[in-house]
Design a protein around this ligand. Structure first.
Ligand SMILES: NC(=O)c1ccc[n+]([C@@H]2O[C@H](COP(=O)([O-])OP(=O)(O)OC[C@H]3O[C@@H](n4cnc5c(N)ncnc54)[C@H](O)[C@@H]3O)[C@@H](O)[C@H]2O)c1
Length: 258
């Protein structure tokens, strides 16, 4: 019997990362769960074990290079392999560009750009050391294709994820490593609840109105569920995507088309 494949998902305590981890478990992966919130990943680990798969928890801040390397080492040791890296952890900030402070700028850049870079470099080195193929998949966004008002620096970090994805695909293709990104639109997670609240505070719109207004523009007629993104990531993590690399794929219900 061959061993189950191993995936590591950052930011898997809730939202999109949790949905990806559960979907990969259903597809037969054992999964490393990495987040800053220990209690949340413990709950997800129990959900994965209930599906008959193994989970390994590692509490880490993905903006710290050493913690990302340690998370991969821990996952490999606990689960006996390492095949897929999902750089999902990220934060949003809602702010007019005129109000952005150096502290806020540095924080989001460290998590959304540096965190993805550490994940790409640490995973690629591990795949090469293990003399095997591998897949690296990172979270960009609809805001990585079109800058959003009040989400300017967030948008810039998600453009950067596309740049890193393209460069890494070209650097690591020779080693059989594919590097891709997923670009969700408007997803019903805590992140969007918070974005909606902060936009309401800035624009004066009632809480919930911005989300409803954006949703009306989606050709497929509904906001996304985290599982919609997990469907795409499951494909990118599977052998069916073996000839796809350097791509940042939109899953927005048609809201932005590229
Ligand atoms: N929700 C959306 O509409 C949407 C749209 C496009 C892209 N995205 C992207 O998808 C990813 C997941 O979004 P979500 O909506 O599930 O967010 P979320 O806020 O619901 O969950 C994010 C998870 O990441 C963890 N996390 C945050 N910073 C971390 C760090 N430094 N180290 C480790 N873990 C950390 C949090 O603890 C949390 O469990 C993010 O990169 C986000 O930018 C989300």
């Amino acid at each position: 019997m061959t061993n189950a494949k191993v995936a590591l998902v950052t930011g898997s305590g809730q939202g999109i990362g949790r949905a990806i981890a559960l979907r990969l478990a259903k597809d037969g992966f054992n999964t490393g769960l990495v987040d800053i919130k220990k209690g949340k990943v413990e709950t997800v680990a129990r959900e994965i074990e209930a599906l008959g798969r193994k989970a390994a928890i590692h509490v880490a801040d993905t903006s710290r290079q050493d913690e990302v390397y340690a998370a991969i080492d821990h996952t490999e040791k606990a689960l006996g392999g390492f095949d897929v890296m999902i750089n999902n952890a990220g934060i949003a900030q809602v702010n007019p560009l005129s109000d952005v402070t150096p502290e806020e700028f540095n924080r989001i850049v460290q998590i959304n750009i540096a965190g993805v870079l550490w994940g790409i470099q640490a995973a690629a080195k591990k795949f090469i050391a293990r003399k095997q193929k591998g897949k690296i998949i990172s979270a960009s966004s609809i805001a990585g294709y079109e800058g959003s008002a009040m989400l300017g620096v967030y948008s810039a970090t998600k453009f950067a994820v596309r740049g890193l994805t393209q460069a890494a695909a070209k650097e690591y293709g020779h080693a059989g490593i594919t590097v891709n990104a997923y670009c969700p639109g408007i997803v019903s997670t805590d992140m969007w609840t918070e974005i909606d609240k902060r936009l309401a505070a800035i624009t004066g719109a009632p809480i919930g109105d911005t989300l409803v207004e954006y949703s009306r523009k989606i050709p497929l007629g509904r906001i996304q569920e985290p599982e919609d993104i997990a469907n795409l990531v499951a494909f990118l993590a599977s052998e069916d995507s073996d000839y796809i690399t350097g791509q940042a794929i939109l899953t927005t219900g048609g809201l932005v088309c590229r």
